[in-house]
Design a protein around this ligand. Structure first.
Ligand code: CTP
Length: 148
């Protein structure tokens, strides 16, 4: 069946690739023929989150590029979706629905609409995130396992 959109775009860090990431790109690909995924550079993550990634950019990009739903991976170093649109001319942008109705994304929606690009909110996978994995690893490394 023909898909609703031709070129789709989404962006993220995709550090320690997990099921929430997979669900996002899988569902995004159901809407478009060609899915472009922007991956934040290590420097950009440091700038925005003030913490280093666990997995470096080259490896994160290689992992995402190997996912069958992903057609192209590009490096991202901007918050601006319009800047990304100028480069890649997608007709739909995807984001987790945890952002739906926020001031930031209402503004992005309006900007993208002016160039004929839609925004589709993909259901966020509850109970998992890179931050949660980091916390679990921290707990695991400090939990003492008693010998029986
Ligand atoms: N995402 C999702 N479900 C999750 C986690 C992420 O749908 N459980 C989506 C986000 O909405 C985003 C994309 O995956 O569109 C990339 O998210 P990213 O920030 O790289 O992953 P997180 O696990 O949310 O990372 P962090 O905890 O560092 O914010």
């Amino acid at each position: 069946m023909a898909k609703k959109y031709k070129r789709g775009f989404t962006v993220g860090t995709f550090d320690m690739f997990h099921i929430g990431h997979l669900n996002l790109v899988k569902q995004a690909k159901e809407y478009c023929d060609y899915l472009i995924v922007g991956i934040h550079s290590d420097e950009w993550v440091m700038h925005c989150k003030n913490r280093p990634t666990v997995i470096n950019y080259e490896d994160r990009a290689a992992i995402v590029a190997a996912i069958r739903y992903v057609d192209e991976v590009v490096k991202n170093e901007t918050r601006s979706k319009m800047e990304a649109w100028e480069k890649y001319h997608f007709d739909v942008a995807f984001i987790g629905d945890d952002w739906k109705g926020t001031e930031v994304w209402n503004k992005i929606e309006a900007e993208l609409k002016s160039v004929g690009c839609d925004v589709v909110y993909i259901p966020y996978t509850k109970g998992i995130s890179t931050t949660q994995i980091r916390e679990k690893l921290k707990d695991a490394s400090t939990t003492k396992i008693e010998n029986k």
